[in-house]
Design a protein around this ligand. Structure first.
Ligand SMILES: [Zn+2]
Length: 573
């Protein structure tokens, strides 16, 4: 258990449903256990109720829920900034040539890592991700998201006409490949699958039919709609029997409470009524809409009909992954709409960047705010001393005013910490590789034989990283590294208690756990049975990633901790 002392701010209420200020909540501390928020209140109250628990102080700035991005394209992370084109030209010249490169699995692997690390660095911990047209690239994305513990809903992008030939699939292949991916990834940990036709412009009735067949499996659905006038006219020509753009999906029963449609900048009243009737949500992508000149999103018309609206960065048409920037642009758009706009308060902006997305993705019971029982997915926004944002926060009148200044000024550089289900994450797993050969072990360190590190790292085919995880007293090796084990891994793993003496240990031989139960070391300071040598390597969690050590009375010891072992060239060992 850890108590986090911070200025905690979230929107458990819905600012669109009543007094926006009443939707905001704030507190001074959270108690987190096993990645879940167990208590919330003042620091004094939580300390009194849980004496002896460690306190992590997050002084300055605000601690807010992890951001939720309801529409972002992972294959476009290298294609941001293509200015001066409307949608269809931008797709042709900017986005689709880059997306074609993901046919190369190694390329897709690198892009997936860049994309997910970018999300984390921007404070985004949950996302509905528009995938790739290539199934192996989707395997790479899902595997990389699992390693990071992110809440990712995504799927293979399906098209069978008009786009570049290498991006097209037949409905039969689309069906088979999607079904395979659903089997492999849907509902695995924090991953879920979303059936994803690119848009009905590039998906025939047969392809949309295939999509409908996949929906029966409890997966999600996402696509684009009503983004740009030329696109809308083209779709009308392709579907002469459809009543409107949304009907091209509706005729195939693709509008459900698990459907999220991106953009909807130019909806007809009948389309809004249909979205509301079926409980589908809309992802509003403000910087993308402005960059492509698509139009000004009619937020008021959506809200008045009770349609859920979340925020999407829509990278690469959008101007980056940082959701507060999207919220600010959403505010600008509503201001520009004048009387037709909906004046947004700081509570609206925080809600749009967090809880609105969680609601749209059906994750409102787990993330999106920092209430008791929710996963501890959080972002600590704390600007550098002396920065313009720090100056402004010092002069904020109240919490709402502080939020306004954060939305006006914050950038990813102000993200001082991100937690994913209670684990502190940084932007890159590579950067988290522990230090080797640290001269002195201290409390919380995990001592690992060099052979264990090397054997696991060598085995981990993609990132040359491996994971050791203490999970409720069980030691798991290579948990995210696939089914195989590292044949060369052998040695010992020990974690130290607060007093610096061995507290828990496990033994590995030939890549297998000899004793898969982590044994509490009976006598503090005594060597492990059959172990007469000193540990020659210390894998230390980085300072930003504190190692919790927790002991219970009696025989049971419970430690949840994950250590990422880096790959070390032999010269360093
Ligand atoms: Zn998009």
């Amino acid at each position: 258990m850890t108590i986090y002392a911070a200025h905690v701010v979230d929107t458990p209420g819905d600012p669109f449903a009543g007094d926006p200020a009443a939707a905001l909540a704030e507190d001074g501390a959270l108690l987190v256990c096993d990645g879940v928020i167990r208590a919330r209140g003042s620091l004094a109250t939580l300390r009194a109720g849980h004496p002896g628990e460690p306190v992590t102080r997050l002084d300055g700035g605000l601690l807010v829920p992890g951001f939720v991005d309801a529409h972002v394209h992972f294959p476009q992370i290298r294609a941001i900034g293509g200015l001066g084109m409307p949608l269809l030209d931008w797709l042709e010249k900017c986005a689709l040539p880059e997306e074609s490169k993901l046919a190369d699995r190694a390329y897709a692997r690198a892009v997936a890592a860049e994309f997910l690390d970018g999300l984390v660095a921007s404070g985004t911990t949950s996302a509905l991700v528009f995938g790739s047209h290539f199934a192996p690239a989707m395997d790479e994305l899902f595997a990389a998201a699992a390693r990071r513990g992110l809440n990712i809903t995504s799927g293979l992008v399906l098209s069978d006409r008009i786009l570049r030939p290498e991006l097209l699939n037949s409905p039969e292949t689309a069906l088979a490949d999607s079904a395979d991916l659903i089997l492999r990834w849907h509902d695995r940990g924090r991953l879920r699958y979303a059936v994803t036709p690119r848009f009905s412009l590039s998906a025939s009735d047969d392809m949309l039919d295939a999509c409908a067949q996949l929906l029966g499996k409890g997966v999600w659905f996402t696509s684009h709609i009503n983004e740009n006038l030329a696109e809308i006219a083209t779709v009308a020509g392709l579907f002469p029997g459809a009543r409107h753009y949304l009907d091209t999906y509706g005729r195939h029963h693709l509008i459900t409470p698990r459907s999220v449609f991106a953009h909807n900048v130019h909806p007809g009243d009948a389309e809004l009524a249909m979205l509301a009737e079926h409980g589908a949500s809309v992802a509003h992508c403000p910087t993308s809409n402005c960059a492509l000149g698509s139009g000004l999103f009619p937020l008021r018309r959506h809200v008045e009909r009770g349609i859920g609206v979340a925020l999407g960065s829509d990278v690469g048409a959008g101007a980056g992954l940082f959701l507060p920037k999207e919220a600010l642009q959403a505010y600008f758009i509503q201001q520009l709409l004048g009387d037709g706009g909906l004046a947004l308060t700081p509570a609206h902006l925080l809600y749009l960047a967090t809880r609105a997305g969680a609601q749209a993705l059906g994750l409102g019971g787990r993330v999106g705010d920092l209430a008791v029982g929710k996963d501890f997915d959080a972002v600590w926004l704390r600007p550098a001393d002396g920065s313009t944002l720090a100056v402004n926060l010092r002069h904020a009148r109240d919490t709402s005013d502080a939020l306004a200044r954060i939305f006006a000024l914050a950038t990813p550089a102000d993200v001082a910490g991100v937690w994913i289900r209670g684990e502190r994450a940084t932007g890159s797993l590579d950067a988290e590789a522990g230090a080797v050969g640290a001269p002195a072990a201290v409390a919380g360190d995990v001592l690992v034989d060099a052979e264990v590190v090397l054997g696991l790292a060598e085995h981990h085919r993609e990132r040359q990283l491996a994971v050791l995880e203490f999970d409720d007293g069980e030691l798991e090796l290579g948990r995210f590294g696939g089914q195989q084990r590292a044949q060369r891994a052998h040695g010992h793993v020990v974690q130290l208690a607060e007093d610096g003496l061995p507290a828990l240990g496990g033994r590995v031989q030939g890549g297998e756990l000899v004793a898969d139960r982590v044994e509490p070391v009976q006598r503090r300071g005594a060597p492990l049975p059959d172990q007469g040598h000193a540990f020659d390597r210390v894998v230390r969690a980085p300072a930003a990633h504190p190692v919790p050590v927790e002991e219970h009375q009696g025989h049971h010891a419970s430690v949840r901790h994950k250590i990422v072992c880096g790959y070390y060239p032999s010269a360093a060992i």
